[in-house]
Design a protein around this ligand. Structure first.
Ligand code: C5P
Length: 405
């Protein structure tokens, strides 16, 4: 819990009802050893007073770009240089638009432009605003520049709607910061990761697939990249942006995924199979659309190669991590898979009922290795990915101490 000791966090607060949570965020950052300075936009001061944040941070709150006194003391350029991380929570739609376009029209946006510190933002807004194409375009711009987007979470909103747009809880934001500020655990390691579903064509318009959204695999690829690894992500058909800094190869079928993995595995240190690969594919893929004629139609299926087992069986196999998506008996099946596929680590998650991992924003995992099991409790997939990265790195270094430099 001391991972924030000595870290300088510049906390930006913008106008939104979630700003009340920023007081808790500020207090908890300080409890974890961080030095915190606060910049509030004018709109933020309508939701929570600068006095509250001043009392909690123990330092004057900055909000006016042209304040003569403030610029004389810790001016915005000094603040920008002082920060190890700039964290904006909540980040309103307006501030995100300003940042996306490099505007410098208030103290917060000006300071962000003047700072070389990594930027993390925790968006908070009405769900329709969040999903708006203009907003998503702005988020794309920020992601392309390597900004970390924390959340938003899904659930009840102050406006009465229910959906994506809630600010992440302060505890989750702090965990992200802690994980990001720890030493890079996988510097220079080559990692291949599979994600998403596969599509097994029946004819030109139909196919067999599953509900995998690819979110867990993409979040993990991003966290592994943050840990300093060179990451190749081989993904089935998904609606996700490739994570910043990750080399993404798109495939469709299990056979294509297997071939692409084979082509990229030779200098790989760690292989992570998150993809929900179809176990079977149709024996034939009709050239033309199959017409409905008979009352019944039989599809003959043939087994797909098990990509994870294939990699684990290689002569110089990398450290292998598998996932087990189960609707029942998670523990039993996961332990079985660990032994049968001869892999180093397996992460099991539930895919049935209310807590299904498929297409969800959150997930939980039970990890199994030769030494037993441990649990990573339910949280956002991006935070879970950071925690899993730490677990993978620890086990990798224990398994291959000689490969460490
Ligand atoms: O045996 P099962 O499909 O449940 O195992 C799941 C694990 O194996 C996942 O890590 C998945 O990515 C991987 N897998 C694979 N190739 C397959 C089937 C599963 O890599 N054909």
């Amino acid at each position: 819990m001391e991972e924030l000791t000595g870290k300088n966090i510049l906390l930006g607060i913008t106008g939104g009802i979630a700003a009340y949570k920023s007081a808790v965020l500020c207090r908890d950052l300080i409890r974890m050893g961080a030095e915190v300075r606060v910049i509030m936009t004018e709109a933020a001061t309508h939701f929570i007073t600068p006095l509250t944040l001043q009392a909690l941070s123990g330092h004057p709150v900055h909000s006016d770009l042209f304040a003569v006194e403030a610029e004389h003391g810790m001016g915005h350029i000094k603040l920008a240089r002082w920060a190890d991380r700039v964290l904006i929570a909540p980040a309103s739609a307006q501030t995100i638009a300003r940042l996306a376009h490099g505007e410098a029209d208030n103290l917060l946006t000006t300071t962000v432009l003047a700072s070389e510190a990594p930027l993390l933002i925790a968006p908070a807004m009405n769900t329709v605003m969040w999903q708006d194409a203009a907003m998503q375009g702005n988020i794309d711009l920020m992601l392309a520049r390597g900004v970390t987007i924390l959340g938003p979470a899904s659930g009840d909103q102050a406006c009465g709607e229910d959906g994506l747009g809630r600010m992440l809880e302060p505890s989750e934001i702090i965990e992200h910061l802690q994980l990001q500020l720890q030493p890079e655990l996988l510097v220079g390691k080559n990692i291949v990761i599979t994600a998403g579903p596969t599509w097994e064509a029946i004819d030109p318009v139909r196919g067999l697939t599953n509900h995998s959204s690819g979110k867990m695999g993409f979040a993990l690829a991003s966290a592994l990249h943050d840990a300093g690894a060179n990451v190749k992500l081989i993904s089935g058909p998904v609606h996700l942006r490739p994570p910043h800094g990750v080399d993404c190869i798109n495939i469709t079928s299990a056979l294509e995924m297997a071939d692409t993995v084979k082509d990229n595995i030779s200098d790989c240190d760690i292989f992570v199979a998150v993809a929900a690969v179809a176990d079977y594919r149709p024996v034939t893929n009709a050239n033309q659309k199959i017409k409905k004629k008979a009352e019944t139609l039989t599809l003959e299926l043939v087994r797909n190669p098990d990509i994870l087992a294939m990699v684990a069986a290689l002569e110089n196999a990398p450290f292998t991590v598998g996932f087990a998506a189960e609707t029942e008996n998670i523990t039993e099946y996961a332990a079985q898979k660990l032994a049968e596929k001869r892999i180093d680590l397996i992460a099991a998650n539930p895919v049935s009922g209310d807590n299904s991992a498929f297409d969800s924003e959150s997930n939980e995992l039970t990890l199994f290795d030769r030494n037993g099991n441990s649990h990573l409790s339910r949280c956002s997939k991006s935070l879970l990915a950071q925690k899993l990265t730490k677990e993978i790195a620890q086990r990798y270094h224990e398994t291959y101490p000689a490969k460490d430099t």
